[in-house]
Design a protein around this ligand. Structure first.
Ligand code: BEZ
Length: 223
């Protein structure tokens, strides 16, 4: 059922090649816990697409509980969540039922089945030398135009931070809104930075030694 479009431009990453920031996110259609879905149907919203190694594993379970509890925070930012693993649709269903019963939270965002790893390979979620392993914990932040704007990759034994995923999303949305830059440890409400000048006149006219390339912009909005 999982399909990548035949257009080679849409799937420009060779198997296992991975993606880079600025690449279009390869389109696909697949079965998921929310029915048949197509990645391109999410255009117009932000999308966090993330892979996990396997259903019914301890770290993955904590991640899904945390993300389901934070689903409203992502929705507030007009951002959809989509998960993916090699496990079958019925494995996903059984795991979500267990999570609901044990942790009292319903995972309502789609979990895609990718039994042949065709999507995982197109996104570089699988190590090139692996023939049968699950996907690692890769996260893609995809903007409303379908462009990969940030990505992270964690090993199977370290879970992701939901607050850091939300902070990354906030920073991407803040820099887009003002053509500004987000400094280290930026949080919503903190000052952003101006784009540095590309004009020598601005360099010589700046009052302080660093002001032409390191200057505060307006505050980002506090969530
Ligand atoms: C986990 O989610 O706990 C896990 C998954 C795969 C390998 C090791 C740990």
């Amino acid at each position: 059922m999982t399909q990548l479009p035949s257009n080679p431009d849409a799937v420009r990453a060779a198997p296992c090649a991975g993606l880079r920031i600025g690449d279009p996110a390869p389109d696909f259609s697949a079965r998921s816990t929310a029915g048949d879905i197509r990645l391109s149907d999410f255009r117009g919203r932000w999308l966090v697409l993330f892979s996990h190694p396997a259903d019914f594993t301890p770290v993955c379970t904590t991640e899904f509980v945390a993300l389901a509890r934070a689903a409203g925070d992502f929705a507030e930012r007009d951002c959809a969540l989509m998960a993916l693993s090699v496990d079958s649709l019925f494995s996903h269903f059984a795991w979500l039922r267990m999570i609901r019963d044990r942790f009292d939270v319903e995972v309502r965002f789609p979990i895609v089945e990718d039994p042949t790893l065709v999507i995982g390979r197109a996104y570089g979620m699988v190590a090139p030398q692996d023939n049968d392993s699950g996907t690692v914990r890769t996260t893609f932040f995809i903007d409303p135009e379908g462009v990969v704007r940030a990505m992270t990759c964690y090993p199977a034994n370290v879970g992701r931070s939901t607050p850091e995923m939300l902070r990354t999303l906030d920073a991407l949305q803040a820099v887009d809104a003002g053509s500004v830059l987000a400094p280290a440890n930026w949080e919503p409400g903190d000052d952003l930075l101006q784009q540095p000048s590309a004009l020598l006149d601005d360099v010589f006219a700046a009052p302080g030694q660093t002001d032409w390339f390191l200057a505060q912009a307006s505050s980002g909005k506090r969530k």
